[in-house]
Design a binder for this molecule. Structure first.
Ligand code: ATR
Length: 307
């Protein structure tokens, strides 16, 4: 197909805006990465990854692909055919994508979910950077995980990566979930696949109160609190003690009700935007082989979430 410059003009973008978008560098040699999911419209990854590529002067470009469940197999075949270097995988494909890969990193295999695929030109390898992305903010704060008691609220896909990362770090994990069967099942799975110990139970006030009274870190992995700062909190504020570190993996809003109430109670806190930036940074390192500009990626996440 021939170039059609008039079509480019009809997008309505001014030349300055196109330049700011960073596509002017794209050439026949540009290395392509992206994210697949459904929905994918609200993803922060293109802004975060392209900002990092630009900052380091890398000839890479990162784009979103909306891929339905039915199209997942052909999308991954397309990744091979189109010579795409790397993909991030988001809802609902993190588990379903496993059978289509040539190899899966041992941690991702244990977690049972992949959020990053890297192609070396012939083989596709799956990784899970959610687990590492979750742990990095704790490491940055010098938090001692070994033998510490940690409470994980929720037992869905995100909880799985979080709980594995915690157990790998030597923590003792209690999982409480609205649907107790899922908490028990996750605790059983963790106990089978790691040398660590995990317990499961129902998310109710009695169990929460007891778990909170002897935990040093609590992590919210549920969607409770998502959407608005005035939203719900999964923990009654009276249960928050100032010596507990409160980590909410919900990143939108930047400050959830749980984080606000924890700060008011004098707790140290970690907001979900940090994990989001770190999982992206670890994926960037898999795609490029270069150390990620983490501070810039954190700033970009905050900018995207406040726009
Ligand atoms: P993700 O991959 O983001 O973890 P998920 O697998 O759908 O998504 O898991 C969502 C988690 O949030 C689950 O632990 C869910 O509890 P259930 O297993 O009982 O569904 C939890 N969750 C969602 N809404 C909740 C609510 N209003 N109160 C408590 N837990 C909630």
């Amino acid at each position: 197909m021939q170039d059609q410059p008039e079509r480019v003009l009809s997008t309505g973008l001014s030349p300055a805006k196109s330049e700011a978008g960073g596509l002017s560098h794209v050439s026949g040699k540009t290395v392509v990465c992206g994210v697949i999911g459904d929905p994918v419209e609200h993803t922060m990854s293109p802004a975060m990854q392209n900002a990092a590529f630009r900052a380091l002067g890398l000839d890479f470009a990162y784009v979103p692909f909306k891929v339905t469940r039915e199209e997942l197999r052909v999308a991954i075949a397309g990744m091979r055919a189109l010579n795409i270097r790397g993909l991030n995988i988001t809802i609902p494909h993190k588990v379903a994508v496993l059978p289509f890969l040539d190899s899966v990193d041992p941690l991702a295999k244990k977690i049972g979910a992949v959020n990053t695929i890297v192609s070396n030109g012939t083989t596709l390898t799956g990784y899970n950077t959610d687990a590492g992305g979750f742990i990095q903010p704790l490491l940055e704060r010098g938090f001692e995980l070994r033998d510490s008691r940690v409470l994980v609220i929720g037992a869905g896909g995100a909880a799985r990566a979080v709980a594995f990362a915690l157990i790998e770090g030597g923590a003792r994990v209690v999982v409480l979930n609205r649907t107790p069967d899922r908490a028990h099942e996750l605790a059983r799975h963790l106990s089978q696949h790691t040398p660590g110990r995990a317990e499961g139970g129902e998310l109710n006030n009695d169990n929460l109160f007891e778990a909170m009274s002897n935990t040093v870190l609590v992590v919210n992995t549920t969607s409770v609190g998502m959407g608005t700062p005035e939203g719900q909190s999964p923990i009654p504020s009276a249960f928050l003690r100032r010596d507990i570190l409160v980590y909410d993996i919900v990143y939108n809003p930047l400050k959830t009700r749980l984080i606000s109430e924890a700060q008011a109670a004098g707790c140290r806190t970690i907001a979900g935007a940090e994990m989001l930036a770190w999982q992206g940074a670890l994926a960037f390192e898999r795609f490029t082989g270069i150390k990620a500009p983490i501070e810039l990626m954190k700033q970009q996440v905050v900018r995207s979430l406040t726009e």
